[in-house]
Design a protein around this ligand. Structure first.
Ligand code: PMP
Length: 439
């Protein structure tokens, strides 16, 4: 049967509705570079990159060649049986790219969520403490444990009953999350976030019972917000003092997305464990944690692994990507494209026709968020239930409200409407977070 005869009605009927998607009336068939084609023959500019994954674009010839060569050699050599050549080669390739030489002990697995779970296991195995501190608005995955650590949207845990205990969210230095104006200086946001953490230690869990503080150095699904360097430095100091492990989840912001290989390089703050996925293998299922050896060395043999952990095809793809990063100066390109994108977004932010709609343009490299002015309703019982009292928006609502006398027009869910308009014009783009943000 030709691809054009595949039916979205069939797909929507027989594939779980639990998968939310931007467009349920499209089936993507192939991709090349920044473009994808759907089975109906249409071509789309792909600003989603498979949610921050396809760091070299679709069907990069170097990845295709590396995977093909590996396919002909060996597909599966289970890592709990013996070392695998592709795995060992990849460790060799990644080691010098890590933000600090102290991050030298690796474990590969299949998805970001599994990598997060393993980082938590390593941390707990090291200090055997009960608490995990996460940032409010963070996303760490959809598995049972990581969905408990995910606080960007309730949809990821709603309806799943009792969750794992011992997760303590604390606010990220993000203006909207802290109910502060968008132009609040980052020093003030950092101070506010740290004072919340201090309260957490006084009211909910003492610092010396916290196993790890885990955060995305650039909040991804929570709104595309880069952490100020001072915040990361303060966390490093607190962790050192209290024997807490500092874990950076660079699943979405790693591998060049922010213009450096890892976002932590901007601040020089070195985590104890770094989590990686997505861009690490450009779409092949691979994730990794890298830890300082002192934290990993006491893992009992057999406590880590998995049938497909560090599978050979994905490892081969990843090593090829690292070569291309160097050969094609990918980071230079990210920074050049970033300047181009920011120039346009700043013009929109400052433009007469658009400035009243745009609250903030932010990000680093090509991890860029555009936050729209929220449609804020007065705080009442019903606005709290609907989420609008906090500036949070309901997906796909899209209705305008009448402007009050003398006020700017208030518009609901601008991000979803912009994303829909982009789709109509042939561009795939994603919103993010409960705030009104496109990425
Ligand atoms: N951590 C972060 C920061 C992520 O963005 C994601 C995925 N969006 C994950 C973890 C989970 O990764 P996966 O979907 O591969 O399990």
């Amino acid at each position: 049967k030709p691809a054009s005869e595949l039916s979205t009605d069939f797909a929507n009927k027989h594939i779980t509705p639990g998968i939310g998607r931007v467009a349920s009336d499209l089936i993507i068939e192939r991709g090349k570079g920044s473009w994808v084609w759907t089975t109906d023959g249409r071509k789309w500019l792909d600003f989603t990159s498979g949610i921050g994954v396809t760091c070299l674009g679709h069907a990069h010839p170097a990845i295709t060649a590396a995977v093909t060569a590996q396919l002909e050699k060996i597909v599966h050599s289970q890592v709990n049986i013996a070392h695998s050549e592709a795995y060992v080669r990849l460790v060799e390739r990644l080691l010098p790219l890590m933000p600090d030489p102290s991050l030298d002990t690796f474990f590969f697995t299949n998805s970001g969520s599994e990598a997060v779970e393993n980082a938590v296991k390593v941390s707990k195995n090291y200090n055997n403490r009960r608490g995990i501190v996460v940032m409010q608005g963070s996303y760490h995955g959809r598995t049972y444990a990581t969905s408990a650590m995910t606080t960007s949207k309730t949809v990821y845990s709603a309806g799943f009953g009792t969750s794992i205990a011992g997760i303590y969210p604390t606010p990220f230095p993000y203006a909207s999350q802290l109910h502060m104006p968008a132009d609040t200086p980052t020093e003030d946001l950092t101070k506010l976030a740290l004072s919340h953490l201090s309260l957490l230690f006084k009211q909910q869990i003492p610092a010396n019972e916290v196993s790890c503080i885990i955060l995305e150095p650039v909040l991804g699904e929570g709104g595309y917000v880069p952490a100020p360097a001072d915040f990361l430095k303060a966390l490093r100091e607190i962790c050192d003092k209290e024997g807490i492990l500092l874990v950076f989840d660079e699943v979405q912001c790693g591998f060049g997305r922010t213009g450096k290989m890892f976002y932590s390089e901007y601040s020089g703050v070195v985590p104890d464990i770094q989590i990686m996925a997505k861009g690490i293998a450009g779409g092949m299922p691979l994730s990794a944690i890298v830890a300082k050896n002192e934290f990993m060395k006491n893992q009992k043999p057999g406590s880590m692994g998995g049938t497909y952990s560090g599978n050979a095809l994905a490892c081969a793809a990843s090593a090829a990507i690292m070569d291309v990063f160097e050969q094609e100066n990918i980071l230079d390109n990210v920074n050049a494209r970033s300047a181009q994108l920011f120039e346009t977004l700043h013009a929109l932010r400052d433009g007469e026709e658009t400035k009243h709609l745009i609250k903030d343009v932010r990000g680093k490299g090509l991890m860029v968020g555009l936050e729209f002015e929220p449609f804020v309703e007065p705080v009442t019982a019903s606005s709290i239930i609907s989420g609008s009292a906090t500036g949070a928006t309901k997906p796909n609502a899209g209705a305008s409200s009448a402007p009050q006398h003398g006020q700017k027009p208030r518009v609901k869910d601008i991000g979803s409407r912009v994303a829909k308009k982009c789709l109509e014009k042939g561009m795939l783009i994603l919103t993010t977070s409960v705030f009104d943000v496109i990425r």
